[in-house]
Design a protein. Structure first.
Length: 341
């Protein structure tokens, strides 16, 4: 048999000297197979280099051994780490991960959900653009496969979720700013249609309330997760008659835009404005000065999300929830107000 010629089940059966149906029972791990028969068939499989047809297997079993994953921006290192964590777990379990990038477009969320369901994926990992879109919720309710939300909370949807404790990290970060003497603290965060944005804003409000400080509306900017919004919002805050002495960027896109704005204005971080990024990527520690962060384990998010899917596919009760903590890490970008470097 030539190398380019595909080895068939019939060829395996002939080499093993058994019926095609016997080969099928062995390959599908049927319980009613003798040890001798199994050994002969597997020896023939090894000798001929037989590879099962995954499409035919999926048609027989109803399982495609694929998982769909929807993220907002694969260029964001946060999502790259989440996908890598999920893929590591799924690969070891014999699954392939199909990733789609919505680029912040809620319509693409819906389109990709419907596409993955038509392709009969075995499960979905979802980091959605918004949690309250009616078309998106309707599409997810049509799913017959397990769903795992990545730091999202969709009302009325039966889905497992990985949930990050943004609240605790932000409370610690803002509390540290207050303890150093900051009273005018700015916040740039996402819109409340996403859980992470709501929890960061809630933590911000709580930390100020604990210190007996009011939330100054002019110091809070809520908008789309984009570097451009972080850039524009930072410039607006700097132009206030009474600008903030400290700033919290609630998302890595905001951090990138904000740092660019501060660089353009020649603001000395730490000396003239304390700065905290809610989310961490490697280069923030290499910044001059190193940037204080509210850190979470992005790889662990993907790992836990994939594990939740596999557990559900294995028959575990549904839905389940897994927490991921956040930690405030103080670096030189945060100093008492007015302290020179």
């Amino acid at each position: 048999m030539g190398r380019a010629e595909k080895v068939t089940v019939r060829a395996v059966a002939e080499r093993a000297g058994v019926a095609v149906s016997s080969v099928s029972r062995v390959l599908n791990d049927h319980a009613d197979v003798s040890d001798g028969l199994r050994a002969r068939v597997l020896a023939a499989v090894e000798e001929l280099g037989y590879q099962p047809d995954p499409v035919a297997q999926s048609l027989r079993s109803g399982a495609t051994r694929t998982i769909g994953c929807i993220v907002r921006d694969i260029a964001n290192p946060l999502f790259g780490d989440i996908v890598k964590g999920a893929e590591n777990v799924l690969h070891d379990a014999g699954y392939s991960l199909l990733v789609s990038n919505t680029d912040g477009d809620i319509r693409r969320d819906v389109d990709y959900i419907e596409l993955f369901l038509r392709r009969r994926v075995d499960g979905l990992l979802l980091s959605l653009q918004a949690e309250d879109n009616a078309d998106m919720i309707a599409a997810l309710r049509q799913a017959s496969c397990p769903l795992v939300l990545l730091d999202r909370d969709v009302p009325g949807l039966s889905a497992s979720a990985v949930l990050c404790d943004h609240f605790t990290g932000i409370v610690a970060a803002v509390g540290h700013l207050v303890a150093l003497g900051h009273r005018r603290i700015g916040l740039i965060a996402g819109q409340p249609v996403i859980r992470a944005s709501r929890e960061r804003k809630r933590g911000f409000d709580e930390a100020l309330a604990k210190a007996g400080l009011p939330v100054a509306p002019e110091l809070v900017r809520l908008g789309p997760y984009a570097a451009e919004f972080g850039h524009a919002s930072t410039l607006e805050l700097l132009d206030l008659a009474d600008p903030p002495t400290a700033l919290v960027a609630g998302g890595i896109q905001f951090t990138m835009g904000s740092l660019r704005a501060l660089h353009e204005r020649g603001v000395r971080i730490g000396a003239e404005l304390s700065f905290i990024s809610a989310d961490d990527i490697d280069w923030l520690e290499l910044h001059d000065p190193p940037i204080s962060v509210v850190k979470r384990d992005h790889m662990r998010m993907g790992h836990l999300g994939a594990d939740l899917l596999l557990r559900t596919l294995g028959g575990e009760a549904h839905p389940c929830f897994e927490p991921v903590g956040t930690t405030y890490i103080h670096r030189a970008s945060v100093q008492p107000p007015g302290v020179s470097r």
